[in-house]
Design a protein around this ligand. Structure first.
Ligand code: GDP
Ligand code: MG
Length: 370
């Protein structure tokens, strides 16, 4: 738990360390300046000084960074790429996602009923690829604004009959800002008015220059509607993934991001998690955003119950106390008590943050009225 020394606590309370030591002595504890204090002792002393344990002290411990252990190089193994499809409205993102899913998932996994859990995984040449099924923009805007980076490769869909449009530019800017490699999928090639050269020409303005023209960007011509060029695209994704050398440690405590979440009348809080490192197991004590719980049941993108999920795997879980938000990060703790402690502290923090946000809003409103 907390690791404040006597002098650290003293400085937080704007007191002299000797005063803290005196109080501890009064409480029957002999302490030195450099002694570590646990949460209970901290709370006790704070109350002695009539200071509410403004959770600041405990809240310092809520950062996942403090609990994520560095991976040993020798434990790292290749992991599937996580791919987001982006592009202008009506250029064929959904059609492409469906075409990819249909071409691989149902063929390879007979009997599986594809579930829409916000992400799915396919297998190409014995290698897996994970696709985020949520609108590409959200994956970048809401998730990135919350500090989550869940995409390894961005597919920029541009309709060959329409060319570069405002949301095309927006999408490529998001991907560039995130330093995510972009593959351009020139879609709707079946249309008579398709003009892929124009798309390439237009994209040079944004430094997406095809290899044929001396650049480094991969362009794939396809028709999502007619399922043409899908295999080429998948091959290119594998190629880029290999260059990126995507790795993870399956032995680590599972860490990742919430793709989507909702309240189900029967099952309670249901969340789709993307495992980014480690292996998530049924029964794990887990902190997710500002809620926590134990993984009660885990279901994959084919609706099958599974017991564990390794890196880059999307899974739907139940067992959380509350519904987290898309973009929230999660971390598994070995110790259930620790998970609850941190979960509760994060909950407190989020309540406080909401409160101060509300105060801000009402102040703004006030000024507006003046
Ligand atoms: P999104 O808004 O980017 O998700 O676009 P949709 O996938 O919903 O596609 C928009 C429209 O374009 C739909 O009517 C699709 O049937 C059509 N469409 C998508 N891909 C193709 C394609 O390769 N060729 C043709 N002709 N139409 C397509
Ligand atoms: Mg769509």
């Amino acid at each position: 738990s907390s690791t404040l020394t006597v002098s650290e606590l003293a400085s937080k309370l704007h007191k002299d360390a000797s005063e803290i030591i005196k109080h501890l002595l009064f409480l029957g504890v002999m302490a030195t300046k450099n002694q570590d204090l646990d949460d209970d002792a901290i709370e006790l002393i704070c109350s002695e000084f009539n200071v509410e344990v403004e959770k600041e002290i405990i809240l310092e411990d809520t950062d996942f960074d403090k609990y994520v252990q560095e991976d040993d190089e020798k434990d790292l193994i290749e992991r599937p790429a996580i791919v987001t499809i982006m592009g202008h409205v009506d250029h064929g993102k959904t059609t492409l996602l469906d075409a990819i899913r249909e071409s691989k998932v149902t063929a390879g996994e007979a009997g599986g009923i594809t579930q829409h859990i916000g992400a799915y995984q396919i297998k190409v040449d014995n290698k897996k690829i994970t696709f985020l099924d949520t609108p590409g923009h959200e994956a970048f805007t809401s998730m990135r604004s919350r500090g989550a980076q869940v995409t390894d490769i961005a597919i920029l869909v541009v309709a060959a009959d329409d060319g570069v449009m405002p949301q095309t530019v927006e999408a490529l800017n998001h991907a560039k800002a995130a330093e995510v490699p972009i593959i351009v999928a020139v879609n709707k090639m079946d249309k008579e008015t398709a003009n892929p050269d124009r798309v390439m020409q237009e994209l040079t303005e944004y430094e997406l220059i095809p290899e044929d023209w001396g650049g480094e960007t991969i362009f794939v011509n396809l028709s999502a509607l007619q399922h043409e060029g899908i295999d080429d695209l998948l091959e290119m994704i594998l190629l880029v993934a290999e260059v990126e050398e995507l790795k993870a440690n399956p032995k680590a405590s599972a860490f990742g991001t919430v793709i989507e979440a909702e309240l189900d009348r029967g099952k309670g809080s249901v969340a789709t998690l993307l495992v980014q490192n480690g292996t998530l197991q049924v029964g794990d004590a887990i902190v997710v955003g500002s809620t926590y719980g134990r993984v009660r049941a885990m279901v994959n993108d084919l609706g099958r119950r599974i017991k564990s999920a390794g890196p880059s795997t999307p899974v739907e879980i139940t067992g959380l106390n509350e519904v987290p938000q898309a973009g929230d990060q999660f971390l598994v703790f070995k110790d259930e008590k620790k998970a609850r402690q941190i979960g509760e502290a994060r909950q407190q923090k989020s309540i406080q943050e909401n409160r101060s946000e509300q105060t801000k809003v009402s102040l703004d409103d006030l000024f507006e009225q003046i």
